[in-house]
Design a protein around this ligand. Structure first.
Ligand code: F0G
Length: 402
């Protein structure tokens, strides 16, 4: 049993109501479960291979899910990179290894399953790219139309390729992500399309499984800190909720410090955190190489700030240069290929350790949210070009040893 609860005025709504914010006070909604009378123990999860639907008992979906085997992503131990930072070993949870190459698949397998359960006929979203790619495949699998609104010229090529190949109707909006989100919310309200941005509380339920998997992979240990990129601020909220639920169910004994990283050119959550505010002042012209998190007015900011304050975490910004350096180091030292937004988690970890804010000995998990192949153009612009040589053994040898 669960309800949709307003985080602001605590109004409760039934699971069937199609809502994205509270009709009474416009507050954000979250799914709250009543697990009393049910006994959920560690044993229920033992011996089952890692995957998102391993946690079906803790998810708000009754029907057979629309799934393409999401979750079960690796938790890598980064010894060499950790040593080069001076921090010692840390972990990377590589969400880029989900079916479409980002963590969005966790939200969409739950969100699209819920859309069918609620009888919705069309699904829609605004996106900096990954959300649209993910919604496109789950819509295809479910056999329902998908409409996506993208900020023109600011979406990485791999993501657009996925959205169009999987058959979504792709609109390129002459504006930024924040404009696209306002437009799609209006479209959904007026046309009865189901909105699957992270303002949808059901979508975030899928993403909370990142927390469950981290605990599972660490043998029921909870890390001291989880570091991740923040854009529209849904994922930090979702992962915090996952850790909180395991704690409240008595399965774990603590909650990690949620540590959100934004790019310097798009950091309203960091600005709010540094002034100890409970809400943000939007940034009007966000800009960063990390296009996935090029967002000035994150819809889940209030929830994200609560997650940060309640967990004793923090928010910090990193420059595009720091993001690119972390992206290259992950690729070249650990063999982990990520897109720029994802590398911001590791860049933030390095910076915070350098500042003495993250302490030696902390168990830290950085979440890398999207795959390297999402944004090949950025890679080509920051790496050496291939060396052109004549097709002779001598020229090849010369080039190899030059
Ligand atoms: N990392 C990547 C690779 C993303 O695509 C996003 C968000 C984030 C981090 C930030 O997550 O919004 O939950 O704080 N991408 C959205 C999209 C906005 O449309 O694909 P968040």
């Amino acid at each position: 049993m669960y309800t949709q609860n307003c985080i602001q005025c605590d109004a409760k709504y039934t699971p069937e109501e199609i809502l994205y914010t509270c009709p009474k006070c416009s507050g954000l909604l979250e799914i709250i479960y009543d697990w009393s009378g049910q006994s959920i123990s560690r044993k229920d999860f033992e011996g089952i291979p890692l995957s998102l639907w391993k946690y079906k008992a803790l998810l708000p979906v009754e029907r057979e899910p629309v799934t393409t085997n999401e979750g079960g992503t690796p938790l890598y131990k980064c010894e060499r990179l950790g040593e080069s930072f001076g921090t010692g070993t840390f972990y990377v949870k590589h969400e880029g290894l989900n079916p479409t190459g980002s963590f969005k698949d966790r939200g969409m397998t739950v969100g699209v399953s819920k859309a069918l359960e609620l009888g919705m006929k069309t699904v829609a979203c605004a996106s900096t790219g990954n959300t649209s790619a993910s919604l496109a495949i789950y819509g295809a699998k479910a056999g329902i139309p998908v409409v996506v609104l993208l900020p023109a010229g600011k979406v990485a090529m791999g993501k657009v390729a996925q959205a169009i190949m999987h058959g979504a109707k792709v609109l390129s909006i002459k504006g930024n992500f924040d404009d696209a989100l306002k437009l799609v919310r209006d479209l959904c309200d007026n046309e009865g399309f189901y909105l699957l941005n992270s303002i949808n509380p059901y979508r975030l339920e899928g993403q909370k499984t990142i927390a469950f998997e981290i605990v599972d992979q660490l043998g029921w240990e909870v890390p001291d800190r989880v570091v991740l990129p923040v854009g529209n601020a849904g994922n930090i909220t979702a992962i915090y909720k996952g850790f909180k639920e395991f704690y409240e169910l008595g399965l774990t004994d603590k909650i990690p410090k949620m540590t959100g990283i934004q790019a310097e050119g798009a950091c309203p959550v960091v600005n709010a955190f540094k002034q100890r505010l409970n809400d943000i002042v939007p940034v009007s012209n966000p800009e960063t190489v990390a296009t996935a998190i090029r967002i000035g007015d994150p819809v889940n900011a209030i929830k994200a700030l609560r997650a940060i304050y309640q967990s004793g975490g923090l928010a910090e910004s990193v420059s595009d240069e720091e993001i690119i350096a972390a992206q290259k180091d992950l690729a070249r030292i650990e063999g982990i290929g990520v897109e720029p937004a994802s590398a911001s988690s590791v860049a933030g970890f390095r910076k915070l350790f350098g500042m003495g804010i993250i302490e030696p000995g902390e168990t830290v998990v950085c979440v890398t949210t999207g795959h390297l192949l999402k944004d090949p153009e950025e890679v080509l612009s920051i790496c050496e070009s291939p060396i052109e040589v004549e097709a002779t053994a001598e020229s090849v040898r010369k080039a190899v040893f030059s």
